[in-house]
Design a protein around this ligand. Sequence first.
Ligand code: G4P
Length: 341
Amino acid sequence: MDTDLNSEPITWVARTTRELTARTNPVQGTRQQGNHMPIHWYPGHMNKASHEMKSVLKDVDLVIELLDARLPFSSQNPTIKELSTTKPCIKVLSKSDLADPALTRDWQVHFEQEESVKTLATNLDIKHKAESVLHLCQKLSPKTLRSTRTMIAMITGIPNVGKSTLINALAGRKVAKTGNEPAITKGQQRIKINEEVTLLDTPGILWPKIHNENSGYRLAISGAIKDTAMNVEDVAFYLSGYLLKQYPESVNQLLDTKTLPNNDLALLEALGRKRGCLRRGGQVDLEKVSSVLVNEFRTGKLGRISLETPSMIPAEEAQVEQLKEEKQRRDELRKAKRKKK
Ligand code: G4P
């Protein structure tokens, strides 16, 4: 018999007022403006890496940009987006074995609307990956360069996207990982692949400011943002809301039921009971079940799921612009008030 999840009592206890107020989901449109998920990292390192990237970009022939196939927009480095428009670019959609195949195809079509961009969806099939990337490098290399000198291909990607896996596959050996924190470890390294191609590896970085709040959540869900830098419960609530809306069949499978939970909290509650994430007295341990859900997403146990589609992005970008404009207006008002004093 199926359990009616919606009739089960809510047994988690919010420990702080913040928890209660934060538990509205942006995907369902109920989150209040300004109720941002705090992410703690080191903008200094990110800024340094970003500047380094800008300074070398002019000397490279081609960019290989690794994107997470589950979040191709959110895992795109804005610096690369701004600066590499004139450079040929191979967008490698890694971890496509974990992404929704139909949406991965949509993203490829979307990116390839730009003439200088070619895309490739990859998985852990290393040999196939390396051959395809090198083939595209040859195809995209500037005509003037062919057979005159080695091509320099800069390789970029956010932490954990699969950059080392790809580099090792291309080099045919294990290459020492370029540190993700340029202030601490070596910032960039050159790796000779063959007579035609040399890779310029860059640190796996995130950028100092993520303006699109949805992108922040998606990056956190994917594991690009360290778990210590975010609130896993906030992230799990976002993921739950998204799954309910976009992948209801996966939720039913996850909970082994035909009745969809009413909301994000009911989903986490039900999963908590199913996985035995309980506190003393039988209350669901929300923190524990949040980690369970996020990890099951990351390892593909929830099925092949993508967190964004090309058609979602324009509305999100418009909202970001609107918020920026509102902030600018507020700042100007504040300045004017100060001047009057
Ligand atoms: P990075 O250099 O960009 O930080 O990423 P890295 O290559 O170290 O890969 C991060 C994790 O992602 C690794 O798992 C790696 O195996 C996995 N990975 C890379 N490409 C793919 C892919 O196309 N599909 C899937 N499913 N996974 C991929 P790990 O558990 O952290 O390490 P390991 O135990 O596999 O070495």
